[in-house]
Write a protein that binds this ligand. Sequence first.
Ligand code: FAD
Length: 358
Amino acid sequence: MPNIVVVGAGVSGLTTAYLLSKDKANTITIVAKHMPGDYDIQYASPWAGANVLPMATASNSRWERRTWPQLKRLALEVPEAGIHLQKARVLRRTKDLEKLKTGVYSFDGLFMENPWYKSLFDDFRELSPSELPAEMASGCEFGSLCINTMLYLPWLVGQCRANGVVFKRGVLMHISEAASLSHAGVKADIIINTTGLMASKLGGVMDENVVPVRGQVVVVRNEAPYMLTKSGTDDADDEVCYVMTRANGGGTILGGTYQKGNWESQPDPNQALRIMRRVVEMMPEITNGKGVDGFDIVRHGVGLRPYRNGGVRIEKEKIDGTWVVHNYGHAGWGYQGSFGCAEGVAELVSEILNKPKL
Ligand code: FAD
């Protein structure tokens, strides 16, 4: 029986374990410092919005392409997963058009004109000029979804448990320590590394290309009639504007910031004010025209997106005699690429075990 230890219990680790656990031959243990229910600056997953707004360019769209049908199925057929369908509007500011061509953000694919993802969504359409707010060159709309991470992460834990996955708390100093942490009491055949941002500090990995991209958010009780994002803001190059309402009472997420290299875990009150102001400017109806004062705040938060220069790392490598399959560095698209990336890991696991592809 292949003995697999997954290090990390964020959306990447849980989805990977879930997919691998569908093969009854696998014995799987998840070891992690943080588990669903925790809120910590080293744990990105609970802080995410989380919605599906494709960020890849066409050439690296595999992960997001493969994930969308899975998440959509959960939204339609599995209410307890905490995902609902919601319309999304993506607006391209006139003043950003030139800048976006040079690739300023890692999510530039989202704002491209004539994007590859128009074929992903059945109802994709370009907005007509009369539908565009001031200062927008163009924009598009499609039926997307929003995940309530407070429900979805525990749901993934439940699916894993139903398939026999065992969960353990543990803090590793070196990735090789995972080899001796299987609940089966025998050495692991394969270690899966889903440590997100902390892959930058984990012995045996120490990936210098992994850096935080700080995301500050405000969670409010007000509901947004649709999801909205625009290509930039006038406040700062690393401040962004988006809004989404989570499924099943998860609140509405107002964002945000995209601050590369910034590890600050505490919300900045000035940033919070700017985030709220930008949202009411774009969507006055969210507070019934009462402006920022009309927001009913649940909490302020900060999460660090696990960004990796050069892109996500889905790769196998032998470390200290044990195969390690890496799956980290998802920046701001960890949910919307989760099933595709887990599938990529499963392929590498099959290669290591000399099994035909799933
Ligand atoms: P994490 O969730 O950080 O999990 C890492 C795991 O590894 C944790 O369990 C941790 O404890 C464990 N670990 C690390 N080091 C060790 C160690 N040494 N020993 C033991 N355990 C260890 N994505 C979307 O798809 N859509 C969105 O709308 C979206 N919005 C976002 C908004 C914000 C504000 C932020 C911050 C992120 C957003 N993201 C979004 C991105 C998404 O949250 C991340 O890409 C994703 O959560 C990364 O998941 P992960 O499992 O790779 O890492």
